[in-house]
Ligand binder design. Structure first.
Ligand SMILES: Nc1ncnc2c1ncn2[C@@H]1O[C@H](COP(=O)(O)OP(=O)(O)O)[C@@H](O)[C@H]1O
Ligand SMILES: [Mg+2]
Length: 362
């Protein structure tokens, strides 16, 4: 069994810590080292008494670290004390607020080019579409850049049901009109945008047509989207052999392998990883995150932490998404309606994913 600490150590802390204060090099007269044979240089003597110097409010202590101002609390009793005391008493932010701020900073890490994330699992109903939408919405709501989710399900994908629909256009229409697309506003006509700013590009709803959505079609769609979007999430179909899958895997920068919290869900997530390893995608697996998504209210007899430890030996990180009544509805998803624990878990997933942004192209 893998030591779960391995997992936590793998996470990189992106906050920079100030190093020890630097000592200034000794100032040398005229910028040159003095000849040791010459008498020591004296500062020029003036016949006038020295001018009075303005007093400094703080004595200058070289080497003393400058303490940053305490952050103000945004919730709970700390905020009550801060506001109630007329902002005279500042208890500082709570550990939870600090954690949230650090995660948000990680989610907002700079990103060069377009980062492509694919959601995968051998099994249906484990939450691929749900995670695509909620992870995409978390990125879109916190980052200033453009985020899109693409439905690559060969069989009537449900991604477009997760946000209010603005257009009936699908990826098929986008590919048909690809020659005429020269600006962001041109692509935007084919997408729907939710309250989080996440955009969605729907799949063909006619199963006979969408079955023909090939690897080349997917690659053409992605190479168009990467000009206008910074993050492209792909909601893959169930199974690994459908027509567009090779294109999805060859262009992905990272995967989210989705597992449910049940034994069969975890077994098929393991089988997904085995298949990827055996088919030359081992490097992609190492850059991937396993997400254990609780589609049932109770975990039953399965120890989710043991499951997480099992996957942490195989992937870059493991995240757990709790059961959430709003997600269970299976309808349009609004981040504001999720429980605080679910939002925090999604923030952790987005932060763990964003830790790979600097590795892109290396
Ligand atoms: N974290 C969750 N909490 C509660 N219900 C969930 C959660 N994730 C998924 N679900 C439920 O599971 C169903 C299947 O999820 P979905 O994302 O459509 O799976 P997939 O795309 O893998 O087939 C959803 O309609 C929803 O009802
Ligand atoms: Mg789905």
């Amino acid at each position: 069994m893998t030591d779960p600490r391995e997992f936590s150590e793998e996470r990189t802390d992106s906050t920079s810590h100030p190093g020890p204060p630097r000592q200034r090099p000794p100032v040398q007269h005229g910028g040159y080292a003095q000849d040791p044979n010459l008498p020591p240089l004296q500062p020029a003597q003036s016949q006038y008494p020295p001018l009075p110097q303005p007093s400094r409010s703080r004595p200058e202590m070289p080497g003393a670290p400058v303490r940053p101002p305490k952050r103000t609390p945004r919730s709970g009793w700390r905020k009550a004390v801060y506001v109630g005391s007329g902002k005279l008493i500042n208890p500082g932010e709570s550990p939870a607020e600090r954690r949230q701020r650090e995660l948000t900073a990680r989610v907002n890490q700079p990103l060069r080019g377009c980062f492509k994330i694919a959601m995968m699992s051998l099994k249906g109903g484990v939450g691929k579409t749900t995670i695509t939408t909620t992870l995409g919405a978390t990125f879109a709501s916190l980052r200033g850049d453009r985020v899109i989710a693409v439905d690559a399900n060969p069989d009537r994908g449900t991604l477009s049901q997760k946000i209010p629909i603005e257009t009936t256009a699908t990826v098929r229409h986008l590919l048909r009109d690809a020659d005429k697309i020269t600006r962001y506003s041109d692509v935007r006509a084919y997408t729907s945008q939710g309250p989080s700013r996440l955009e969605i590009l729907a799949s063909e709803q006619d199963p006979a047509v969408s079955e023909a959505f090939s690897e080349l079609d997917y690659l053409r769609a992605v190479s168009l989207l990467e000009h206008y979007y910074n993050i492209v999430l792909t909601d893959c179909g169930t199974g690994l052999m459908h027509s567009a899958m090779k294109g999805v895997l060859d262009s992905a920068d990272a995967l989210v392998v989705v597992s449910s919290g049940s034994v069969d869900g975890a077994t098929s997530a393991s089988a997904t990883i085995d298949w990827l390893d055996a088919h030359g995608y081992g490097d992609l697996v190492k850059r991937s995150i396993v997400t254990i998504n609780s589609v049932r209210p109770k975990a039953g007899s399965v120890d989710l932490d043991k499951l997480a430890a099992h996957f942490s030996a195989r992937a870059r990180a493991v995240c757990q998404i709790p059961f959430d009544p709003h997600l269970e509805e299976g309808a349009e998803i609004e981040l504001d309606r999720l429980q605080p624990g679910t939002r925090l878990a999604l923030l952790e997933l987005a932060a763990a994913m964003a830790d790979a942004f600097p590795l892109k192209g290396l």
